[in-house]
Design a protein around this ligand. Structure first.
Ligand SMILES: NC(=O)c1ccc[n+]([C@@H]2O[C@H](COP(=O)([O-])OP(=O)(O)OC[C@H]3O[C@@H](n4cnc5c(N)ncnc54)[C@H](OP(=O)(O)O)[C@@H]3O)[C@@H](O)[C@H]2O)c1
Length: 355
């Protein structure tokens, strides 16, 4: 494949997050959204028109059969990630699948195997790791500046109500108030549906678990979690993860606190703090701090970038290179395995081994 090949994308579903990712694809050199599919022909058509997309399909499978597409973006509820990623792989399409990669690690492994067997790339859509700031932060973590790494602490969550009011096209509004009706939310919002893969751990805790994986580079031996449930999904969850070599990680995640999206990586000589790892508060100033033992705090600023675009660029480069990068599915499976253990721990009120 030449360096110049434009990667043509198809999107499955008219999800809220798909708007952001479609814009990122269309503003990335060498990438374009060529098709969208929805369970409803009408929604597919109007979404395609709104985003300037050439083709719309009334079924996900019909889109996958379009031979001109190279890659598929899967922003469906987590319960549908495995099926549609595997179907895409079987027709030779590369896949970015939204996080959480799946409902459990067994599914994640099946997805990775299907992609490997069909020679296509799989990546989950954890975006912050693609921002150049992530590589800048890894330097002091890995070059000894922080000393022996001992502790990761992270938090990610938000108050869910405003997000619910970014009306997904498949939910009805009350004509008098213009707001999504409560019963629509309880019955259709994927975050409140256990069978669709809802809950704060998979939605938000996923990212905190990735911070620990990214900083420590390995999996914990054991985990413990505690959660509050509504509609049988965790509205908030606190987790603890124990690692070899005296290392520990902890985090909290949920839907009931004003936005927090920070982490601290602490070692025997210093610590690194990022107060907005999910996405910089100020996109023009992606910052972090390295704190020394003396109390000196060194603020460092990375290159301003759109992380959605960075993810698409990195993915398209892999597709064009014709050489799959197995580290992406490997980290997705590890992320899912840890989340599986945390969920089991919270539901059983016991310490769980990570297997
Ligand atoms: N990476 C990120 O920064 C980020 C941010 C937000 C969300 N996410 C992830 O992206 C995924 C989608 O989240 P979202 O909030 O954007 O979802 P959403 O707005 O609820 O959209 C999900 C889409 O899936 C399709 N769908 C098919 N069967 C469905 C069902 N039974 N119930 C609901 N929808 C169904 C619908 O499209 P059609 O009706 O058009 O077929 C719907 O628009 C999740 O995995 C979430 O964790 C990632």
């Amino acid at each position: 494949m030449s360096d110049r090949k434009t990667i043509r994308w198809g999107i499955l579903g008219t999800a809220r997050i798909a708007t952001k990712v479609a814009e990122a694809i269309n503003s990335t050199a060498g990438a374009e959204v060529a098709a969208v599919a929805s369970r409803s022909a009408e929604r597919a058509e109007s979404w395609a028109e709104k985003h300037g997309i050439g083709r719309s399909y009334r079924s996900y499978q019909a889109l996958l059969e379009n031979d001109e597409l190279d890659a598929i973006y899967v922003p469906l509820p987590p319960s549908m990630h495995a099926e549609w990623t595997i179907r895409a792989a079987e027709v030779g399409k590369h896949v970015i699948c939204e996080k959480p990669i799946a409902m459990n690690a067994t599914q994640a492994e099946e997805m990775a195997a299907a992609c490997r067997e069909n020679n296509v790339q799989l990546m989950d859509a954890t975006m912050w790791v693609h921002h150049p700031r992530a590589a800048d932060m890894l330097k002091p973590i890995q070059d000894g500046t922080l000393g022996e790494l001992r502790r990761v602490t992270a938090a990610f969550g938000f108050v869910i109500d405003p997000y619910l009011q970014q009306k997904p096209p498949h939910m009805a509004c009350d004509p008098d108030t213009g707001r999504v009706r409560l019963e629509e939310i309880v019955n259709h919002e994927l975050r409140f549906q256990r069978q669709l893969g809802g809950g704060a751990l998979l939605d938000t805790g996923w990212y905190c678990v990735r911070v620990a994986l990214w900083a420590f580079g390995d999996l914990p031996r054991q985990v413990f979690a505690n959660a509050r449930y509504r509609h049988d999904v965790d509205i908030n969850l606190s987790g603890l993860m124990w690692y070899d070599n005296d290392r520990v990680a902890s985090f909290d995640c949920g839907y009931d606190l004003a936005v927090r999206k920070w982490f601290e990586i602490a070692g025997s000589k210093g610590s690194l703090v990022c107060d907005d790892f999910l996405n910089p508060w100020n996109p023009e100033k992606p910052r972090f701090w390295v704190h020394e033992e003396t109390g000196k705090a060194d603020e460092r600023v990375s290159t301003a970038s759109l992380q959605e675009q960075c993810m698409i660029e990195n993915f398209c480069d892999i597709v064009r290179s014709d050489k799959l990068d197995p580290t992406w599915p490997t980290v997705s499976i590890a992320n899912q395995r840890i989340c599986d253990a945390l969920d089991k721990s919270a539901r059983s009120a016991s310490v769980v081994d990570v297997v």
